[in-house]
Ligand binder design. Structure first.
Ligand SMILES: *Cc1c(COP(=O)(O)O)cnc(C)c1O
Length: 388
C-alpha cells in the first residue's frame, strides 16, 4: 500500500529542533564532544520539593483516572493566586484552563477561532508552533518581522489594513524567543488598541516571564494592561521557570470566552493533564520561589560569560534582559546556516540558525544558556580557534 501524508502535513517545514537534534546525535556518534547550545531545554533538574510532591501525588488512586476538563479547581486557583502575586492581575478560575504544556494550547487555539482563509498574524523569527496551528486550520499566516531597529517588536502600523481586517488571531511572545527582547508597556497598549480596532484575538506567549536578570525590570504580563482581558489570553508554562519541560504542564488564561474556546477544542482532543502533575505544579507555583531566583542567578552568570566571551572575539551581541537565549549577529560575510555548520564542524558546538526560526532571523544565531559556565568557557575557547 502507498502511504500518502496529508497535504497539511506535507506543507509543514521539518520541525527545526528535531533536525538540529539529529545533526547533534550524528556528531556524537562520530565521537565529537558536543557542547549543545541549541534547543532551549533547561539542563538543571526540577527542584526537589516539586519532585517529592509528585511522588506523593502519584500514589493517590484518585489521581489515576482521566483528569478531564479545564484542570483541578485547586490548580486553576493556584494560577490565579500566582498572577495576583506576580503581576497584581485578578483572575478567577473560569478564566484559566490547564494545558499539557503551553505548546499544546498554542498549537490548538486556532481550531477554536480560525476559519479557512482567516489571517493569523505571527511574529518572526519565532516559535514554530504559531504557524503549525495556522497551517492545520487552513489559516493564512502573515509574518510580522522582528527587527533590531524596532527593538524586535512587531510594527503594527506596517500591517496593511486589508490584512488586519482579515486577521483573527495575533501571536506575540515576550520575553521573546529567539531575540531575547522584552516588550514595554507602550507596546501592549498599542497592541490592545490594534486588537480592538480590528477584532483580533491576542495570544500572548509568556513562557519566559520568570527568566529575567534585573529585579527592577521584570517582564510584564500582557494582562496587566487595561482592556487586555477584553481582547486576549496569555499562555503560561512551568517548563522554563521550574525546569519542568518534560512534565508537560502550563495554562491559558485571560478572556473567559477565549479560554472556553480552547477548552472546547481540548475536550474533543485530549482528556486533560495528569492530576499528579497538576498537584506538583500547585506545589511549584505556591511554595517558596527561591528555586526560581537561583535559576536566574545561574543563567545570569552563564549569560555574562558567553556575551563577554563572544564580544572579546569581535562578535556583535547585546546583553539580553530576559529569557535564556543570546541572539548574536554572525561574523561578517557568513549566513546563519554557514555559521551553524562551521561551529558544529570546527568546534563541535550546536546552536540554532536564526533564519530557521523565520527569514528575519537571517544573519543571527541563537545560543541557549543551557550548559554550565565551564562548558561555555570551553565553547568560547573553541570558537576563538576558528579561522573566519
Ligand atoms: C518553550 C516554549 C514554550 C512552551 O513550552 P511548554 O513546555 O509547551 O510549556 C512556549 N513558547 C515558547 C516561545 C517557548 O520557547
Amino acid at each position: 500500500m502507498k502511504i500518502d501524508y496529508s497535504e497539511k502535513l506535507k506543507k509543514l517545514p521539518p520541525y527545526l529542533f528535531i533536525e538540529i537534534d539529529k545533526k547533534k546525535k550524528e556528531a556524537i556518534n562520530k565521537g565529537a564532544d558536543i557542547i549543545s547550545l541549541g534547543v532551549g531545554d533547561p539542563d538543571l533538574p526540577t527542584p526537589e520539593h516539586i519532585v517529592k510532591s509528585m511522588q506523593e501525588s502519584v500514589e493517590k488512586p484518585a489521581n489515576h483516572q482521566y483528569p478531564f476538563g479545564a484542570g483541578l479547581l485547586s490548580y486553576r486557583q493556584a494560577v490565579c493566586d500566582w498572577y495576583k502575586k506576580r503581576f497584581n492581575v485578578n483572575l478567577n478560575v473560569e478564566e484559566v484552563c490547564a494545558l499539557i504544556g503551553s505548546k499544546e494550547g498554542i498549537g490548538h487555539i486556532h481550531l477554536g477561532f480560525v476559519n479557512p482563509g482567516d489571517v493569523v498574524l505571527i511574529s518572526e523569527p519565532g516559535y514554530p508552533v504559531y504557524n503549525t496551528g495556522t497551517i492545520f486550520t487552513d489559516g493564512v499566516p502573515y509574518f510580522m518581522p522582528l527587527l533590531e531597529k524596532n527593538n524586535f517588536l512587531p510594527d503594527l502600523d506596517a500591517i496593511p489594513k486589508e490584512i488586519a481586517k482579515k486577521a483573527k488571531l495575533i501571536f506575540v511572545n515576550y520575553p521573546n524567543n529567539p531575540t531575547a527582547a522584552v516588550a514595554p508597556k507602550e507596546f501592549y497598549v498599542k497592541l490592545i488598541q490594534f486588537a480592538k480596532d480590528n477584532n483580533i484575538i491576542v495570544a500572548a506567549d509568556a513562557a519566559y516571564c520568570q527568566i529575567y536578570y534585573d529585579e527592577n525590570e521584570k517582564p510584564l504580563s500582557f494582562l496587566e494592561l487595561p482592556g487586555a482581558k477584553d481582547v486576549g489570553v496569555e499562555f503560561g508554562s512551568l517548563s522554563k521557570t521550574y525546569n519542568m519541560t518534560g512534565w508537560r504542564i502550563g495554562w491559558v488564561c485571560g478572556n473567559k470566552e477565549i479560554v472556553s474556546g480552547v477548552l472546547k477544542v481540548k475536550d474533543n482532543y485530549d482528556s486533560g493533564v495528569f492530576q499528579a502533575v497538576q498537584e506538583a505544579a500547585i506545589t511549584a507555583l505556591s511554595s517558596c520561589q527561591d528555586c526560581v531566583e537561583s535559576n536566574r542567578k545561574i543563567y545570569k552568570e552563564r549569560r555574562d560569560v558567553l556575551v563577554e566571551g563572544l564580544k572579546k572575539l569581535g562578535w556583535e551581541v547585546s546583553l539580553p534582559k530576559a529569557s535564556f537565549y543570546v541572539w548574536a549577529k554572525v561574523p561578517k560575510g557568513y549566513t546563519s546556516s554557514q555559521v551553524v555548520e562551521k561551529l558544529l564542524d570546527e568546534a563541535a558546538i550546536v546552536c540554532t540558525p536564526g533564519n530557521g526560526m523565520g527569514k528575519s532571523g537571517e544573519g543571527y544565531v541563537r545560543f541557549a544558556l543551557t550548559v554550565s559556565v565551564s562548558r561555555i568557557n570551553e565553547a568560547i575557547e573553541r570558537i576563538s580557534k576558528i579561522h573566519w
